[in-house]
Write a new protein. Structure first.
Length: 347
């Protein structure tokens, strides 16, 4: 049974051994002193228990359905391996607190760190410090500003999300050159929002369409509802809307229902389970959503284990784990929703 102990600074969980560890006390470095061997990498070999290791995990506060899924998936993934002890820092949106958490991991000589930074640039220096201490860092979702800060970077494809959403809309409306396209973005100052919008614009341009009306929300239900109400009041006729985020999409759908509008179709973003159920219903304006994987930190845990134990990805000839992995951003519709809903997160 997984046991959890809260402290002021860290939330400590044991990993697959499922026992409580002290506040990072007694962790010893298991970072390999040499490169991986040339032994053939196989699924069976990667799954087989190796030397016991301790992985430190730090991410932002789980104040959003996607972030909550990120954290729970990471803990669940570590629990699959009897050779992994997972130490989980308390989620925070304070970059300075997260820096201190990583420094604690370094001081206690964990074997690897999986880090979803609240701010990639702000956490870059301490991540470099960990790397220089011989602790491989797995950078998740929000990229550091230096390639020296991580052994592996695993990312969702924000630009690709925009391309996928725009391509889907082009497939539906490409024969309507005067189609009115609206966009409900997330926080505009975030690079991820900028990337999503840029990909969307590029895909639409390729089929002769463009965004006519655009508003920016804040990834919350309340923000989604307020900005969508403004959008609908300003645009009496719309053919399609792309909403960047399914968590704020709960508010988007509420505003659409309140306005009694149904002349358009809606495309979501991130791939929540409730969005997929709307798609399944067949009675909603929401016809598709674009996946932004909530498995990134779980993948980070798995990659950290492979790196520390000198293993590689079993489907590659390369004998080391790649330095950069970008996950796909597929479109989920009524035709393929059953394939994705089982692993979707709840908004």
């Amino acid at each position: 049974m997984l046991k959890i102990r809260m402290s002021r600074k860290l939330l400590i969980t044991a990993g697959a051994s499922l026992t409580v560890v002290g506040l990072l006390a007694g962790c010893t470095s298991g970072t390999p002193d040499s490169a991986p061997t040339n032994e053939e990498s196989t699924v069976e070999g990667n799954e087989a228990a190796g030397d016991a290791i301790t992985i430190g995990f730090s991410g932002p506060a789980a104040d959003h359905g996607w972030l909550g899924a990120i954290n729970s998936a990471a803990i669940a993934e570590a629990g699959k391996y009897p050779d992994v002890n997972l130490v989980v820092a308390e989620g925070t949106n304070d970059a300075n607190l997260q820096i201190s958490q990583v420094e604690t991991f370094i001081n206690d000589k964990v074997d690897a760190i999986v880090l979803l930074p609240t701010d990639g640039a702000a956490l870059t220096e301490v991540a470099i410090k960990a790397m220089e201490a011989g602790i491989p860092v797995i950078n998740v979702d929000r990229e550091f500003s230096s390639t020296f800060a991580a052994r592996v970077t695993i990312l969702g494809d924000n630009y690709g999300m925009g391309v996928s959403a725009g391509t889907y809309i082009c497939e539906q409306l490409g024969d309507k050159p005067d189609a009115v396209i609206a966009e409900i973005a997330g926080l505009d100052f975030l690079p991820l929002t900028q990337d999503r919008s840029a990909g969307f614009e590029k895909a639409l341009d390729d089929c002769g369409l463009s965004v006519t009306n655009r508003v920016a929300a804040d990834f919350t239900v309340a923000g989604g509802e307020a900005t969508t109400s403004q959008l609908l009041a300003a645009a009496p006729k719309i053919d399609a809307i792309w909403n960047h985020d399914d968590d704020q999409g709960v508010g988007v759908l509420a505003a659409i229902a309140a306005a009694g509008r149904s002349e358009f179709f809606l495309v979501g973003g991130a791939g929540s389970a409730n969005a997929m159920r709307e798609i399944q219903s067949g009675s909603s304006v929401l016809k598709a959503t674009v996946i932004y994987p909530s498995t990134q930190a779980a993948d980070g845990i798995r990659l950290a284990r492979l790196v520390v134990q000198g293993k590689a990805l079993s489907d590659l000839v390369e004998i080391e784990v790649p330095t950069r992995i970008v996950l796909n951003a597929p479109v989920v519709t009524s035709d393929n929703v059953e394939q994705y809903i089982g692993s979707a997160f709840e908004s």
